[in-house]
Design a protein around this ligand. Structure first.
Ligand code: SF4
Length: 361
């Protein structure tokens, strides 16, 4: 049994999806997330048992809205997709439409995707609907399902991401675009990985992803290109880190276990014992975790309890570089004893304190 299997215990490993893999890149320095995902641990089950259930993921309303919008975009053999590709300056005349979702079973659908992509490379243009890709993550094979893959006459494949958040007057919610870019980067990486294994040029998969969203407050689709090179680099670093997870495991207690000790579907392990085991894995909580990780409410509570500055966000942590705790920041702000190596930060905090005092007065 591997060390990761021992940490997971008797529960079956959960598989990752693109959203989960993308979230890995959202907090690449967090050992806790790397271990939990590397071991395939059900994070939602863990935090539910600890009393911090994940309030995470799309609402049923948003899921329905996304499904309806995708149906509109893909209708008539992807007519909207072709129109939008042309509007973006990507040549897409007379594209052949392939729906590979009908193949039964994931492996069959993956093989069918590969066959169609290989054949598409010899065609002028093509749209591949409901493709299924595969990627190795921490020693596990993961199936991934992009919305559409488009092949252009300029000999490049483009991942097409269809999202239901609106683009209003040419602007979209930056956080949602950023999350969509991280997710699309996973598909680009999986495609390039596959091309490499097939002996094809990975650069045949473009780093420009086609993002399709509703225009203004209507259901009419509009599109823009999103460059995901930065997200790809972050993702590659994090996947490489997961592949070298032994270096993280070496720093953990040798008998560490996050086993829920399930009796059927009911966890029997005392929550306090499980919480202590989890806290033995270092975390780097930041408010951004709330939108990206099921563990967020547990980690936030833990960060607050130990007065960690991390809980206030990365910008505060960066501004107060070198200071680890809220207590020390408050002490410096109050003008107490100032160690020589914190003099510059103490001066800035003192300045903020004076402004606050004046504002209050
Ligand atoms: S919520 Fe916790 S485990 Fe998840 S990324 Fe943030 S610090 Fe790491």
């Amino acid at each position: 049994m591997s060390r990761l299997d021992a940490i997971r215990g008797s529960s079956l490993p959960v598989s990752h999806n693109a959203r989960a893999i993308a979230a890995l890149a959202a907090n690449p320095a967090c050992d806790r997330r790397a271990v939990l995902d590397g071991a395939g641990i059900d994070k939602s089950g863990i935090v539910a048992h600890l009393g911090f259930p994940a309030r995470f993921g799309q609402s049923p309303f948003a899921i329905t809205r996304t499904r309806e919008f995708k149906a509109i975009v893909k209708a008539d053999d992807g007519a909207h997709v072709l129109r939008l590709l042309r509007e973006l300056g990507l040549p897409a005349e007379e594209a052949k439409y392939h729906d590979v979702g009908a193949a039964s079973g994931q492996e069959a659908r993956h093989r069918r995707t590969m066959d169609v992509l290989g054949a598409a490379a010899r065609e002028a243009t093509a749209l591949v609907d409901r493709p299924l890709l595969k990627l190795g993550v921490a020693g596990h094979e993961v199936y991934l399902e992009p919305d559409v893959i488009a092949f252009q006459a300029d000999r490049r494949f483009h991942v097409v991401a269809i999202k239901s958040f609106p683009i209003i007057d040419g602007q979209a919610d930056a956080g949602k675009v950023s999350a969509a870019a991280r997710e699309a980067a996973v598909y680009v990486h999986a495609m390039r990985d596959l091309f490499g294994r097939l002996g094809l040029d990975p650069e045949g998969v473009s780093h420009d992803v086609v993002l399709i969203c509703p225009k203004d407050f209507m259901n009419f689709p509009t599109a823009c290109l999103v460059d995901v090179r930065l997200q790809l680099e972050a993702l590659k670093r994090q996947l490489a880190r997961l592949a070298r997870i032994d270096t993280i495991l070496d720093r953990l207690p040798p008998d560490l276990s996050l086993d829920l000790r399930l009796d059927g579907e009911t966890p029997t392990r005392p929550a306090a014992e499980l919480g202590a085991a989890l806290s033995a894995i270092p975390a780097r909580y930041a408010p951004e975790c709330l939108a990206a990780c099921e563990m967020a409410y547990f980690c936030r509570d833990e960060a607050r309890a130990c007065g960690s500055l991390e809980a206030l966000g990365r910008s505060v942590r960066d501004d107060l570089g070198g200071i680890q705790s809220l207590d020390l920041a408050i002490e410096l702000m109050a003008g107490g004893h100032v160690p020589a190596d914190h003099a510059a930060i103490a001066e800035r905090l003192g300045f903020v304190r004076r402004i606050l005092d004046e504002a209050v007065a």
